[in-house]
Design a protein around this ligand. Structure first.
Ligand SMILES: [Zn+2]
Length: 691
């Protein structure tokens, strides 16, 4: 307890150091009070943009001296009446996992409301994320667009695979249209694909109205001895007033704007010894006016950012991991470099070629990732499998043994006959300066067109085209996931009592993961063995497999199994070159999706994976059974896709992307991402803790 008679749940952070307070995390401790509706007169002033006047009208008596007062309230509508504040906890709120210093008040209220409101779920039905016929919605429901898969020719012409359309009237729409120009259906971005004829709502919307209201936010700061003066860098979408210990220290009274980091800077603030209280009075106008953040529906609301600057002008950022060292007493010392900007691009895909060249999607580096220049893109979105600027390769002269590190396979394949599919195989033997392209054949007798959440896609699945592994006998193996003919499954996953996937759909599949093998250097691939096909496990079953050959000659696969951000990845082993695989088991640490395993020359096994955040886990035993260390490479969103490559015996390079902000903190346009890299040094320590 501190002098504000309010529990502080982050301090003391270090049990070995009495009284130690992890002060730089203080902005993880937001408290929220509100929303206070504006009076009709004040609302009129707000609508006319007279924000100075609006901010200076007191919503609560003596509001500069408000203090958090956390009380149990069973209905959030009682919060105002009882003066109750709610406390934000790191892992509860989706938005906060990415940027702890950013707060989105209505998102807090939203999750809290859903969890505790006695009327839930009746209060807000039908829910998001289930597929329902259009009749279940009104034009006021915010629906994800549906998508059509374009045919191959249209894909080539337009450079896109899918095209969004309005689920009510089937007019083609832009990805981020707020409403259908034809029928007025309210539309949102997508958080999952809607099936044709079966739209989905974008999220559960809070029922507590907050149009034209004030929120109060509070955070405690325990000033360390070396930081008795600081400035605050703040940013917001809307208008606010900032108080420290009851004194106003800043405000923003201009028009609504893009929410960005560090747009406003307070004067230097003298902190009291011990606890200080930062209070923000935040004006919220209306959601309908807000800008939209792709992929982050809950963030499509009034947001506030803050971070402190130390007297020597260093920004104190919770999500800056540059100086962090991890568990020095536990066998490994892991050090992350500063973030290195790579450039704008789509999803970051990292490949290291045999000469040491790194390619990250559309940038190339010949100095281990310290500097980058543009190059032809690894994968072009159309068909998911085209490569830029290639020469045709001559299949007749293709050697039956190829270095897998020179090969990149397309991500998709298409049917050319019964049980026969075709894809592109690209080879570069000079570090991506020149590229040769071949059409190669996949023999998959049971191959069916993949059905992913009701959308039928050409080909039986997704090829893990950068995960080609060479076996000691010279053959190549490569994982795929999708569905084979026998994988039809009807499943009963329910959300709020609604079936997530309607049983009226003619076909439903859960993912299977399997391995293809080539004995002729990649010209022909044959089904080799299934890693996992267990529809009873997980709401998606097993997808996104990644395989690696371990030192003991076995193959290890890590697999995604659905279940959201905190579900673990699963592991399976093969001791016969990928023909048969052990029953999969959950791993002890890595969570999320799209794993990528790399064996480091120093014997440490590394696994990159997304969701939550972009992370890399390490197994110092090299067995895949003991993921003892995990580092967070970044908390920025970017679809949370992270990839790694070994650059030195004890160093990895990892890449990830931010799809909200560019390097200057300015808003990126839709679908453009700013890619970044970091070196991760992983040193083994001797028993006494020294190197
Ligand atoms: Zn429409």
């Amino acid at each position: 307890m501190n002098e504000f008679k309010c529990e502080n749940f982050i301090a003391p952070a270090d049990p070995n150091e009495t009284g130690y307070v992890q002060w730089k995390n203080f902005l993880r401790q937001w408290y929220l009070h509100g929303p206070y509706p504006m009076s009709p007169e004040l609302r009129a002033a707000a609508e006319q943009g007279r924000w100075g006047e609006v901010l200076d009208a007191e919503a609560v008596p003596d509001e500069a001296n408000l203090k958090p007062n956390v009380q149990p309230v069973s209905d959030p509508r009682d919060m105002i009446e009882r003066g109750a504040w709610m406390r934000w906890e790191t892992q509860l709120i989706r938005s906060q996992r990415r940027c702890p210093e950013k707060i989105t008040p209505s998102a807090m209220l939203h999750e809290w409301y859903l969890l505790r409101h006695p009327d839930y779920p009746r209060a807000d039905l039908p829910p998001g994320y289930v597929h329902l016929p259009i009749e279940a919605y009104t034009t006021d429901d915010e629906l994800m667009p549906c998508f059509t898969e374009l045919d191959a020719e249209q894909q080539r012409e337009r450079g896109i695979r899918r095209q969004p359309y309005c689920p009510r009237c089937e007019t083609n729409v832009e990805m981020e249209s707020p409403q259908c120009p034809d029928c007025g259906q309210r539309l949102g971005g997508y958080v999952g694909y809607s099936a044709p004829g079966w739209p989905r709502k974008t999220d559960w919307r809070p029922s507590l109205p907050d149009d034209y209201s004030f929120y109060f936010l509070a955070a405690y700061l325990h000033a360390p001895p070396d930081m008795r003066r600081m400035r605050l860098l703040t940013g917001s979408e809307g208008q606010y007033k900032l108080f420290v210990n009851g004194r106003e220290v800043g405000r923003y009274a201009g028009d609504s704007r893009w929410p960005q980091w560090d747009t406003d800077e307070s004067p230097e603030i003298e902190l009291d010894a011990g606890w200080n209280l930062l209070l923000v009075k935040l004006a919220h106008s209306t959601t309908r006016d807000d800008h939209r953040f792709f992929y982050s529906r809950l963030e499509n609301r009034t947001a506030f950012f803050a971070r402190p600057v130390t007297p020597d002008n260093r920004v104190v950022a919770v999500h800056n991991y540059a100086d962090d060292r991890f568990a020095p007493e536990c066998e490994l010392r892991i050090t992350l470099s500063d973030q290195i900007p790579i450039g704008p691009g789509p999803t970051p895909r990292l490949r290291r070629f045999p000469d040491g060249t790194l390619v990250c999607t559309n940038f190339r580096s010949t100095d281990n990732g310290n500097s980058w220049g543009p190059c032809p893109t690894l994968f072009v979105p159309a068909l998911g499998s085209t490569f830029e600027d290639t020469q045709p390769a001559d299949a007749a002269t293709w050697e039956p043994q190829q270095d897998p590190a020179t090969l990149v396979m397309g991500l998709k394949c298409w049917r050319i006959g019964d049980g026969v599919f075709q894809s592109h195989l690209c080879r570069s033997t000079d570090g991506w300066q020149t590229r040769e392209l071949l059409d190669v054949t996949l023999h998959l007798e049971q191959g069916a067109d993949l059905v992913d959440e009701g959308n039928v896609e050409a080909g039986p699945g997704a090829i893990r085209g950068m995960n080609i592994v060479g076996l000691p006998d010279g053959s190549l193996v490569m994982p795929m996931y999708g569905s084979l003919k026998q994988d039809v499954a009807w499943f009963d996953t329910r959300l709020n009592g609604y079936l997530k996937y309607p049983q009226e759909w003619p076909q439903q599949f859960k993912f299977r993961s399997w391995v293809m093998r080539s004995a002729d250097g990649g010209l022909n691939w044959h089904y080799h063995g299934t890693i996992a096909a267990l529809p009873e496990l997980g709401d998606e079953s097993f997808g996104e497999p990644n395989i690696t050959l371990l030192a003991d000659g076995s193959l290890m696969a890590l697999l995604r199994n659905g279940g959201g951000d905190f579900a673990s990845l699963w592991m399976s082993r093969s001791r016969d070159g990928g023909r048969t695989w052990s029953y999969p088991v959950p791993t002890n640490t890595p969570t999320g999706n799209a794993p990528q395993i790399e064996q480091m020359p120093n014997g440490v096994l590394a696994c990159a994976f997304g969701r939550p955040d972009s992370r890399v886990a390490f197994d110092h035993s090299g067995s895949g059974l003991a993921w003892s260390h995990t580092v967070v490479a970044s908390t920025c969103w970017g679809n949370r896709h992270v990839e790694i490559a070994v650059t030195d015996p004890d160093t990895l390079y990892c890449v990830y992307a931010d799809d909200e902000m560019d390097v200057h903190g300015d808003r990126l346009s839709s679908k453009v991402r700013q890619m970044y890299g970091r070196h991760i040094k992983v040193e083994r320590l001797s028993g006494d803790g020294n190197t």
